[in-house]
Design a protein around this ligand. Structure first.
Ligand SMILES: Cc1ncc(COP(=O)(O)O)c(C=O)c1O
Length: 407
C-alpha cells in the first residue's frame, strides 16, 4: 500500500478514514508464530479490544488464531465472526458473576482475576474449568496506565494468594485448567518479561490439571525510526525452550498461549485526515485537521507518538508544525513535528493507527466516527461505513415537551 493508494482511498471514501493493510497483519501473525515455533503447542488469541471490526476478526480466524476478549459483547462479536468458542478466552476485570456465567454458557474459556468471583463461580459451576489470572507483582509496561502486573494494580490475583486459590479449588471441587498473566503493554525489556514468566511457571506447578499457560502480551512495536521494540525472535527462542522444559517437569505437554493486540495490528493501520486550516501564530504553525481526539485519542490519553506524513506533498521541504484537532479543548496530535510542507487540503497519514485507535473512538462533539477500509489483495474494501446523523440520533428518545404540558 503506497502513498498513491492511500490518497486514492481518501479521495474515494472521504476523510477522515482508517485504513488497514491485511498483508501487514498476516506478516505479523506469521512472525509471531515462527518466533515460538519450538514450543510444542502454541495458541495465539488475538486481543479483540485492539481493533474489533468483524472483518479483522474473520481474518484472524482464517489465520487459525483464537480470540482474547474482555466483554460479553466482544465474545458475541467473535462468535458472529465464526470463531470456535473453544478458541476464545474471556479475561475480564471487575465484571459481574452474571456476565461471566453468560459467557461460560457459550462454551468460552473463562479466566478469573479475583478471589471473590472465583469462589462464587466455583461453588455454582464446579464442572466448568477456569483459568486464573495471576498478578506476578512485576513492574513492566510502557507507562503507568498500561502497566498492569505490579503490586498496586487492580488486575489479577496476587501470587501471595495462591494458597487461597488452592483452598477454593479444594473446597468447591472446581478445575483450574490454565494460569495466566498479563504484565502490561509496551514491554521494553524481555528480561523483565522472562522474570515474570518464572513466577508464572512456579505458580503453574502448583496446579495439577493444566491444559495451558497464557503469558498475556505486551509486545512492543516501533513507533518511530530507531524505536525500541520487543525482540520477539529472541523472546520466542528463550521462552519456548523454557516452556518445553517446564512441560517435561510437569509430565505432560500443555499449550503455550499469548494474547497480543498491538503487535498484530498496530503497524497495519494508517489514519488519514485532511488539513482544514494552516494557522501561523506568534510561536507556532498549527495544522488543524478534520478530526480530533474523538477519533484518535492515544496522543491525548497516553502521550503516544504517531508518525505523521504529508502524503499529498511527500517530497516537500520539511517544516515544523503542531498538528491539532477540531475538538473544543486541547486536542494535540503532535507538537513541533517536522513534516513536509503543508497546504490546506493536504492529506496527512498517521501511522501505527491499527491498535487502540478506532476501537477507542467516540462521538464526542456529536461527530461521526470515520469509515474503516481494509486493503486486501491490492484493493480497498470498506469494512465499516462512516457514521451518519441517523447513528448519532439512534437510541435517543425525544421528549415532546409541548404535549407533556398539562392542559
Ligand atoms: C489482559 C490483556 N491481554 C492482552 C492485551 C493486549 O495487549 P497488547 O495490545 O499490548 O498486545 C491487553 C491489553 O490491554 C490486556 O489487558
Amino acid at each position: 500500500m503506497n502513498n498513491q493508494d492511500l490518497l486514492n482511498i481518501a479521495r474515494e471514501h472521504g476523510s477522515p478514514v482508517y485504513v488497514y493493510d491485511a498483508e501487514v497483519i498476516v506478516a505479523q501473525y506469521q512472525r509471531l508464530v515462527s518466533a515460538f515455533d519450538k514450543a510444542k503447542n502454541l495458541r495465539i488469541h488475538y486481543a479483540v479490544k485492539a481493533l474489533s471490526n468483524i472483518s479483522i476478526l474473520k481474518l484472524f480466524k482464517q489465520l487459525g488464531a483464537g480470540l482474547d476478549t474482555v466483554s460479553l459483547q466482544e465474545v458475541e462479536l467473535g462468535l458472529a465472526a465464526g470463531v470456535d468458542p473453544k478458541k476464545i478466552i474471556f479475561t475480564p476485570n471487575g465484571v459481574s458473576l452474571e456476565e461471566i456465567e453468560k459467557v461460560a454458557e457459550k462454551g468460552v474459556q473463562i479466566n478469573i482475576d479475583n478471589l471473590s468471583i472465583l469462589e462464587q463461580f466455583g461453588s455454582k459451576h464446579p464442572n466448568t474449568p477456569v483459568c486464573v489470572r495471576i498478578n506476578p507483582h512485576v513492574m513492566a509496561g510502557g507507562n503507568a496506565n498500561i502497566s498492569v502486573g505490579h503490586i498496586d494494580s487492580k488486575f489479577g490475583i496476587s501470587i501471595h494468594q495462591i494458597p487461597h486459590i488452592l483452598r477454593i479449588v479444594e473446597n468447591t471441587g472446581m478445575n483450574v485448567n490454565g494460569v495466566h498473566m498479563h504484565t502490561g503493554s509496551d514491554i521494553l525489556d524481555i528480561g523483565v518479561f522472562l522474570y515474570a514468566t518464572e513466577i508464572l511457571f512456579e505458580t503453574a506447578a502448583k496446579f495439577k490439571d493444566l491444559e495451558f499457560i497464557d503469558f498475556g502480551s505486551g509486545f512492543k512495536v516501533p513507533y518511530k525510526e530507531g524505536d525500541v521494540s520487543t525482540d520477539i525472535e529472541d523472546l520466542g527462542a528463550q521462552l519456548s525452550e523454557r516452556f518445553n522444559k517446564f512441560c517435561k517437569e510437569y509430565g505432560r505437554d500443555i499449550t503455550m498461549a499469548f494474547e497480543p493486540g498491538k503487535f498484530l495490528v498496530s503497524e497495519s493501520g494508517q489514519f488519514l485526515a485532511q488539513v482544514n486550516v494552516v494557522k501561523q501564530t506568534t510561536s507556532t504553525v498549527f495544522a488543524g485537521i478534520d478530526s480530533g481526539f474523538n477519533h484518535l485519542i492515544r496522543p491525548m490519553l497516553y502521550g503516544s507518538y504517531h508518525g505523521i506524513r504529508n502524503i499529498s506533498n511527500p517530497d516537500g521541504k520539511n517544516r515544523f508544525y503542531s498538528i491539532v484537532g477540531y475538538i473544543c479543548e486541547t486536542d494535540t496530535f503532535a507538537n513541533n513535528r517536522q513534516i513536509a510542507e503543508i497546504t490546506e487540503g493536504d492529506i496527512l497519514s498517521f501511522s501505527n493507527a491499527g491498535a487502540y485507535c478506532y476501537s477507542m473512538a467516540s462521538n464526542y462533539n456529536s461527530r461521526y466516527r470515520p469509515a474503516e477500509v481494509l486493503w486486501y489483495n491490492g484493493k480497498s474494501h470498506v469494512i465499516r461505513e462512516r457514521e451518519t446523523m441517523a447513528d448519532i440520533l439512534k437510541g435517543q428518545v425525544q421528549v415532546n415537551f409541548e404535549e407533556s404540558v398539562t392542559e
